[in-house]
Design a protein around this ligand. Sequence first.
Ligand SMILES: [Zn+2]
Length: 398
Amino acid sequence: MNVLDFVPMDTNTVPVIVKQPTLVSRKDCINLSTKISVGARDYQISHIVKGVENISSEIDSFFPISLYAAMKENLPLKIEGVLSRRLAENHKIIQLIVNSWWPTYRLIPVDYWALSKKPITENVKRSVGCFFTGGIDSFYSFLKRNSEINRIIICYGLDIRLDNHALREKVSTELKKIANHYNKSIIEVETDVRNFSDDYGDWGHQMHGPALAGIAMLLSKELHKVYIASSNPFGLLEPWGTHPLIDPFWSTDAIEIVHDGCEATRVQKAQFVSQDLFALNAIRVCHENRSNLYNCGICEKCVRSMVNLAITNTLQQCQAFDNPLEYWRIRRIKLDTSLRREWLTNLVAAKKANCDPALVDAIEDCVSGIYYMGIKGWPKRALNLLHKMTLASKTAHS
Ligand SMILES: [Zn+2]
């Protein structure tokens, strides 16, 4: 018995069951839906796709999220359909990686009716796409591979809730302007996958990776390759939903899934993106969606991105944020371990770039967490307050 021979489960255990999907073509969209049963819970999941002639009706596109759910529940997975040969070969590797990162995701057996026999042949003309949110990561991969990528994939129902119609409309309009500017066609995917995925893992840490992989598979009739922009550079890699170790293993006979961009830190990505003035002013990084603003300029993600741009000395040319960068907000950010590592790289980059000393000082305070150190942080906080008052007094007298 080797590591890949998973221990079989009791045959009486009720598996997670994925039903054969149903495809419905409408005038301006195509809908693929299926039912997934996890114990007594039944989920109906639907993907509605616009901007394509065809989508894949294979069950593959529901495999990644149901695999994670089955692992989380420690139940076997039963695919009631034909599974991609490559997924059948690779899911054990994916499971071993996921299980080694999060042991509560257990190794489980996968059963299917049959394996796919006919991969799409190369004489079918297909193109290359990338998932696109307008963020620094996706802009970096998109601009870097501009000559290769001809379609951008925009998803609704992932970071932006489906029922937030106002924000969705706003973001959709802006992302369409971006596609238009670069002469790319858009594929829009509306999905309720989070009604399912949120029950079986954290969106960032686990579920957004399998959700994106499934959507990529859905588009394999028109795309032969899809890029997923990296979140972390090689030096800061950690267990995460999308990851260079896992994403390639989601590739099927019909589509190649590529994790792109780990070679650059976010400051380096910001530097690259800001060379394109249009992109610099079209960036959308905000995930908190406060007051439905395009980029609130207040949340951690917005502040971090503005700091990335400030380090590259391009923030003053960027009109994409609804509030200016205020250094006190940097100091007040509460960091977990992984964010602290990224802010440390910002600190190193800011020092190296000889940035405004006040900015460097604020990043230092953020990394050391003086606002969350209790009494130990008071001397520095008092000094900051004194400095702020002196500045205010100078401004009042000038
Ligand atoms: Zn924000």
